[in-house]
Design a protein around this ligand. Structure first.
Ligand code: GDP
Ligand code: MG
Ligand code: ZN
Length: 302
């Protein structure tokens, strides 16, 4: 046994913790080795990625009630943009940015829709990407999360329960709102009410400011247009006739808005899933109107 032992003093390692890394979404300080922001639960990988570049990324929020098709739409949008060789193209930054596209496309390839998005922000998929278009020489850096509809509703009803949603919506340069065309066609008013609530929340985040909500472009996308031919043919008229409250709100509060119709599936069937019961299954994948709302939004943001 020896009496003397040499122990290296490693307290210098603690010095690294004195430098805080600000979260890209809520700007609160975090330690350099944290995976998620301790205030809003956004991944800190976004902050690390953004720090490596000269251009600060802009944000686009995709919102809508639970089950409108946000995950399917965003997954398909990423997949289409990342495979394109002409017009608008997308290049993922960071491996985490590919998960949404991967899980959506894997599910669709099995003739299934992807799993429901979890409510906890640390389980959402975030996409940080570089978007190029042939009209613009400079690329745009974009951050887009796939949020859960229940969390969005909770934040609207009880502000500050989900800080990540509030910070993201107040900083977003553009908004994509998804509305379920199939439920509107069936005459149910809840989609209309939910979207009006969203628009009111958005316009009250920073009322009156010139750079605030009124200046922001908003794409209103009627999803599941494969189940509603009138909507697919003319989304603007469909909005005016079938979702009049929503149409009026957009006209009065968001001067830069446009209505679109989108569908990922060409036709759907119902199948039995063990332990779950009947679930919708896509029979054909026929994406329609997926890229248009995004390209319009990008054009307006520039
Ligand atoms: N017919 C049809 N149904 C769709 C389409 N996209 C989504 N759905 C249905 O909507 C459900 C919810 O989609 P999801 O993307 O998880 O919605 P989210 O909660 O807004 O993320 C899916 O399970 C499908 O049943 C579509 O393009 N056509
Ligand atoms: Mg989802
Ligand atoms: Zn944060």
């Amino acid at each position: 046994m020896t009496r003397h032992a040499e122990l290296p003093l490693e307290s210098y390692r603690l010095a690294q913790y004195s430098v805080q890394v600000p979260c890209y979404i809520c700007e609160e300080g975090n330690t350099f080795d944290a995976e998620f922001c301790r205030y809003c639960y956004a991944p800190l990988a976004l902050a690390h990625q953004a720090n490596c570049q000269k251009i600060r990324p802009q944000m686009i929020a995709t919102i809508g009630a639970s089950g409108v098709g946000k995950t399917v739409y965003l997954g398909m949008l990423m997949d289409m943009l990342s495979r394109r060789t002409s017009r608008t193209q997308m290049l993922a930054r960071g491996a985490f940015s590919i998960t949404l596209q991967q899980t959506t496309m894997a599910a669709l390839a099995r003739c299934e829709f992807p799993e429901k998005t979890a409510n906890e922000p640390d389980r959402w998929n975030w996409v940080h990407s570089q978007v190029r278009s042939h009209e613009q020489r400079k690329a745009t850096e974009l951050i887009m999360p796939d949020m859960a509809g229940e969390a969005i509703l909770e934040e609207m009803n009880h502000p500050f329960t989900y800080r990540v949603i509030r910070s993201l919506l107040s900083k977003s340069s553009g908004i994509i709102i998804l509305v379920d065309a199939a439920t509107i066609e069936r005459g149910k008013g809840d989609q209309d009410f939910f979207t009006m609530k969203l628009l009111t929340y958005l316009s009250e985040l920073d009322p009156g400011s010139r750079t605030g909500s009124r200046a922001r472009p908003v794409s209103i996308v009627f999803s599941k247009a494969d189940m509603c031919t009138t909507c697919a043919a003319d989304p603007e008229t469909f909005a005016r006739e079938r979702a009049n409250g929503l149409w009026q709100h957009c006209r009065e509060r968001f001067p830069k808005h446009r209505f679109f119709a989108a569908a990922v599936a060409g036709a759907c069937g119902v199948r039995e899933k063990f332990g779950v019961g009947e679930v919708q299954a896509p029979l054909r994948i026929e994406p329609k109107g997926i890229v248009e709302p995004f390209e319009w939004l990008l054009g307006q943001m520039r």
